[in-house]
Design a protein around this ligand. Sequence first.
Ligand code: FAD
Length: 545
Amino acid sequence: MSKVAFYLQEHLLGEVMTSSDARSYFSTDNSVLSIEPLLVVYPRNENDVRKTARFAWQLAERGKIIPITARGSGTDQTGGAIGTGMVLAFTAHMYRILEFDSKSGSIKVEPGINFGKLQQSLHTHGRFLPPMPSSGEYSTVGGAIANNSSGSNLIKYGDLKNYVTKLRVVLSNGEVIETGRLSARELNKKLGLTNFEGEIYRNLDTLIEEEIEIIRKQDIKVSKNNAGYNLIDIKRKDGSFDLTPLFIGSQGTLGIVTEIEALSAAYNPETVLLMASCDSTEQLQNIVRELKELPAVPSSIEVVDGNLLNEAVAINPNVLNDLIDKPYPSFLIFVEFDISADRQLKKMVKKANKILDRHASNIKIEYDKSEQEKLWKIRDTSSYVMSHNNETNRSVPLIGSGAVPVKNLAQFIDGIYKLFEKTTLPAAIWGHIGDGIIHLQPRLDIGQVGDRQKVFRLIEDYVELVKSLDGTISSEGNDGRLFTPYLSNFYPTELLELFSKVKSIFDPYNLLNPGVKFDTTVDDLKNLLRHDYKLAKLYDHLPRN
Ligand SMILES: Cc1cc2nc3c(=O)[nH]c(=O)nc-3n(C[C@H](O)[C@H](O)[C@H](O)COP(=O)(O)OP(=O)(O)OC[C@H]3O[C@@H](n4cnc5c(N)ncnc54)[C@H](O)[C@@H]3O)c2cc1C
């Protein structure tokens, strides 16, 4: 054990691991990248996190930099949950529900809590935290906060930043702060503090006041944008100020979250599902546009293409038996409503049916839960296809978490097909079409030179496509390391410089997840690209049917 590990082991309640097995396990997340950490810490409580950060800060003051990467379940697909220094793994001990107020629906949890388990507990009280990612059965709330995650219901419920009200955060020097919206008077008190917290509030407030015009350039018109830092929602016109939206989506680069307070919503398990077949991307775009104009929007609008269904039956000829007949349509669109008022629900279903009737065919409307589950199984062939791979042909999480405005959806899907054609890879898409998010996972063998070269060509072409359609590269996902080199395609230099200033205010020694959102080049990525993209971990995380 190194001196650093010895020191930590002596001072922390949680375990410190330096074994090659532990380091190897934590050297990958769900991305195509890999970095082996120096050691792994399993904090038992906030004090352990505080002491670890304080220790790293003191070492940095003496010129020795050992970074910290916070980690939930490691399902991040951008290399955000790996790092060279100390990995803080929250799932071992810090996973409790601390408070639940059934009247207000407010919850307080530790970051390592499994999202799916929290959701189950909330359901028993008729509540839910709507933005649960589809990886939620396997991932943590802390990771979801740091990635500003969302689910298939983004279109109606938005992302996590709409629900989180307060955070406890360990800063890079080991100080602990509590965030939440402050009135102008409360902000003034913070500005007067003589500690690191006060310094952060003063510097950030000045920066926002001085650079508000640049900050406004961040406003990309998509359903959700995780690229860079969210500077727009910190200070409001009324002078109120909140660091919470800044930490959300910051991937552990500004502070380490140790407690989360959020407001759950009323849960209505009674839903109605419509499914229809479409022949063209124009039809899809029209349907989405018109559905979004309804007085009550659907809780989700999803799509799968015929290629995906064909790929699924090529793997297992029986997988779609009794669910849908061949030949498969070009696209299947799924529209779900979870409105609790019966009259309004019926009205919206009728209107949605009319919209589908204008642009699609073979419409099915299901009120029955078990019949709905069957239809959702068709949509879930995406996980089925992703998790069935052979030695040389693997579904690789590279691109496909960007978003474009709905008006550009048809061009987006057409462009994705062209991208597949160019690289002679089998095309298959699915996704949250109501939010302009289309998923794809190219099948590659990144152990082979030819396919390794394709990786960067694919990313570059995808970036160009998303940019040309006024979209964002990081919507459902985040920048991590993978998309950091491409941020300059989406934001002007002065905005990138502003992000960098924010990072320096919070983390002057660059200790918190360095390389994420900053300072990663395409050449760095080439060195970090795994040779052995195996599904061992993906199988831990993927929902399968
Ligand atoms: C099959 C699959 C499906 C997915 N579907 C979705 C989806 O529908 N929607 C979506 O948004 N994402 C999705 N993702 C991406 C990912 O699963 C989510 O972002 C998830 O919320 C990450 O949680 P985690 O616990 O795995 O976090 P990790 O991967 O461990 O970490 C994610 C980031 O959070 C940081 N972090 C973790 N804990 C803390 C903390 N306590 N303090 C500060 N920073 C912290 C890490 O450093 C890292 O940068 C999917 C991934 C996979 C593999």
